[in-house]
Design a protein around this ligand. Structure first.
Ligand code: PGA
Length: 236
């Protein structure tokens, strides 16, 4: 049986170390042997997450050097951080991150030994444009990248909190699309885990796994509520 990933994306929350410690300690109580649970807090809280699988929410596009304000994936790996979320639509939209820059980040993260959790989104309700967007994002962000070293998340823009969760039938269709795009690029990509993200909660989480066949979930808002997050991880 394939392991299911549940990735908690805390985004720019919580605001205090005390609250972060509380969330980490609740996360340590969660039990599900079939699931790899990855917690992605903001950088200042990463070192509080001992004995948990950790991910960062960004990394630099190069290994080291004069890049003020950036954090090398090599530094992250050195503090036991094994994953990094890259390509999130919030960083592309609000911070102007380009697909080419994300591709550089993916490559340097892999070279440091970190697994990129690469987000692919669609930004329109127009079916044909959406399909083109997904294809272009995947092609550019994964250029010269081994599909055995990454995890992909399908996360439509309209579904991110406070949006509405993506209907299961549409999510299922997009999972098949993502799988077919990556398999055309590289036949070994058939084993690349594809996750769903966008307004996942304790009520809809199972449907994305069991009905839409995703190999895991990227959970934002619901991961900041310890009870909801425990329900999500333990119910799948
Ligand atoms: P959400 O966020 O679960 O709050 O919609 C998911 C994400 O953007 O990672």
């Amino acid at each position: 049986m394939k392991k299911i990933f549940v990735v908690a994306n805390w985004k720019m929350n919580p605001l205090t170390k005390r609250e972060a410690e509380k969330l980490f300690s609740e996360a340590r109580k969660i039990k599900n042997k079939n699931c790899t649970m990855v917690i992605c807090p903001p950088f200042p809280f990463l070192s509080l997450g001992k004995n948990l699988s950790l991910g960062a929410q960004n990394c630099a596009f190069q290994k080291s050097g004069s890049v003020t304000g950036e954090v090398s994936p090599y530094m992250l790996k050195d503090i036991s951080c094994d994953y990094v979320i890259l390509g999130h639509s919030e960083r592309r939209r609000l911070l102007g991150e380009s697909l080419e820059t994300i591709n550089k980040k993916v490559k340097v993260a892999i070279s440091s030994g970190i697994t990129p959790i690469l987000c692919v989104s669609e930004e329109t309700k127009d079916e044909l444009i959406a399909i083109d967007q997904i294809r272009e994002q995947i092609q550019v962000m994964t250029k010269k990248v081994s599909f055995s070293k990454i995890i992909i998340v399908y996360e439509p823009l309209f579904a991110i909190t406070p949006g509405d969760p993506c209907p299961i039938h549409l999510a299922a269709k997009r999972r098949v699309l993502v799988k077919s795009i990556i398999s055309k690029i590289n036949s070994r990509a058939k084993d690349t885990p594809v996750l769903y993200g966008g307004s996942v909660d304790e009520k809809n989480c199972k449907d994305y796994i069991e009905e839409a066949n995703f190999q895991g979930l990227l959970v934002g808002a619901s991961s900041l509520d310890a009870k909801k997050f425990k329900k999500i991880v333990e119910s799948i």
